[in-house]
Design a protein around this ligand. Structure first.
Ligand code: FE
Ligand code: MN
Length: 444
């Protein structure tokens, strides 16, 4: 979307053209991307929007059942949440908006196209948008619409479609493209270059019949990352790597499929490249964790809460040009203010905080109750104990998603002393003291 005005130096243009391996060299010779002439930056960060186009659901029994059995996404209000977020980004006059994958519920073509329309409006209002796909966005055999009692298969998209649909949201601004994935490098300013890394695996989804949860970067892509770091170094720019999958573990229990495959290799590459932090998503919780490379270099991975999931936080990074410093803060989406301003009639939107708390609490409570009544090692508790344990699960789970330490509740000891099970391990893991503030981070 952006019209390029300033030209890169000749040396850099030459490097970039040889680095371009997507067969678009001819086109890039005509339109050489230009680095925006900005100093301080406001960078909004969001992930796992899981947007579902409104016409793909009638809100009927099939949809309600799907949401109730899901992972807590507030899908019935997907459109309103997305609009409220974009409006909040606009009001804060963010220079940049980064979306780190899982843009859609399950890769529905209609969801992608409508989200892209909303993003066009975001750019018109003055915010440059940069996206990468997540594991749910491409070749997704689970793409569905909902009507009455039925789910229907609906169109999904290919990697080529993704690039076309989101052309204006990073691909057009890219000064280099990876030959092996939808990864690209795009300068957000002279100082700050975004390394948007496509970590998702989607080539085998159709054969497997499900979207692949795990993700990684190939050796080829890691070599390209190294090249990009050298290029940025020469220009005195700082690289911000963005991935859907996590650079390091953000839970002692939920790691498989969430932390990037061969994370040690990725951490070593990032350390060699001099990256101080990365942005990721996928696990849906608000969390900040640090990876340590062999030489002792520390890299902080900031995971922003899924926009689609309680408590619907997003990140705002203030980049200070004079100090060359990044300052990240997680902020809650103010749905109630949006609902009032747009004169919404729906009480769930007008009292969104209560409604959202209650639905996510119930989701956790029900999951625990189901486990407590069916799991062989857990089903012998009294009803009273089961209720206390389900309450503890609901509360601790909510705090984990918000990146906050949970309060003491009546079911704590019952869980700590419970026989081994995944749920027990998960709940106890959320009760560990926080290693760091999960909602703020400042670079050196
Ligand atoms: Fe997700
Ligand atoms: Mn994901």
């Amino acid at each position: 979307m952006r019209k390029w005005k300033i030209l890169l130096s000749g040396l850099m243009t030459a490097t970039l053209l040889t680095g371009c391996s997507t067969g678009q060299a001819a086109e890039e010779e005509k339109v050489t991307p230009v680095i925006p002439n900005k100093q301080d930056l406001k960078i909004a960060v969001s992930t796992d929007i899981h947007y579902l186009a409104p016409e793909l659901t009638d809100g009927g029994p099939a949809f309600q059942k799907y949401v109730a059995n899901g992972d807590g996404k507030q899908l019935a209000y997907s459109d309103q949440i997305t609009d409220a977020f974009f409006e909040q980004v606009e009001k804060q006059q963010a220079d940049i908006l980064i979306l780190s994958g899982d843009l859609t519920n399950n890769g529905e073509k209609a969801s992608h196209e409508e989200l892209a329309e909303k993003l066009t409006a975001v750019e018109k209002a003055g915010t440059d948008v940069y996206v990468i796909p997540g594991n749910h966005d491409i070749n997704n055999p689970w793409a569905r619409s909902f009507s009455g009692d039925e789910q229907q298969v609906t169109d999904d998209i290919t990697p080529e479609d993704f690039e076309k649909i989101y052309q204006a949201f990073g691909y057009e601004e890219a000064i280099s493209r990876d030959a092996y994935s939808l990864s690209y490098l795009a300068p957000a300013s002279k100082d700050v270059w975004l390394l948007m890394l496509d970590t998702s695996i989607y080539d085998s989804n159709k054969q497997v019949g499900s979207p692949t949860t795990e993700g990684g970067l190939t050796t080829g892509t890691l070599e390209w990352v190294d090249e990009m770091a050298k290029l940025a170094d020469k220009q005195g720019a700082k690289i911000v790597p963005v991935m859907h999958h996590n650079l390091t573990d953000h839970s002692s229990v939920i790691q498989d499929g969430y932390t990037i495959n061969y994370a040690d290799n990725v951490v070593e590459t990032f350390a060699d490249c001099g990256f101080e932090f990365s942005l990721s998503g996928h696990i849906h919780t608000q969390n900040i964790a640090t990876a340590t490379a062999e030489n002792g270099t520390q890299i902080t991975d900031i995971v922003t809460n899924a926009l689609s999931v309680y408590p619907h936080k997003y990140g705002m990074i203030d980049y200070h040009h004079d100090k060359k410093q990044f300052d990240y803060t997680a902020k809650p989406l103010d749905m109630e203010a949006w609902a009032r301003e747009h004169q919404a009639a729906d009480p769930n939107l007008l009292q969104f905080d209560t409604f959202d708390y209650e639905t996510f609490y119930q989701n956790g409570y029900n999951k625990a109750m189901e486990d407590l009544s069916t799991n062989q090692v857990l089903k012998n508790y009294s009803d009273d104990d089961k209720q206390k344990m389900a309450d503890t699960m609901a509360i601790d789970n909510m705090c984990f998603f918000a990146g906050e330490e949970p309060p003491k509740t009546a079911g704590d000891t019952l869980w700590q002393e419970a026989p081994d099970s995944f749920l027990r391990d998960y709940i106890v893991s959320t009760q560990l003291p926080l290693k760091q503030d999960n909602n703020h981070w400042t670079s050196k």
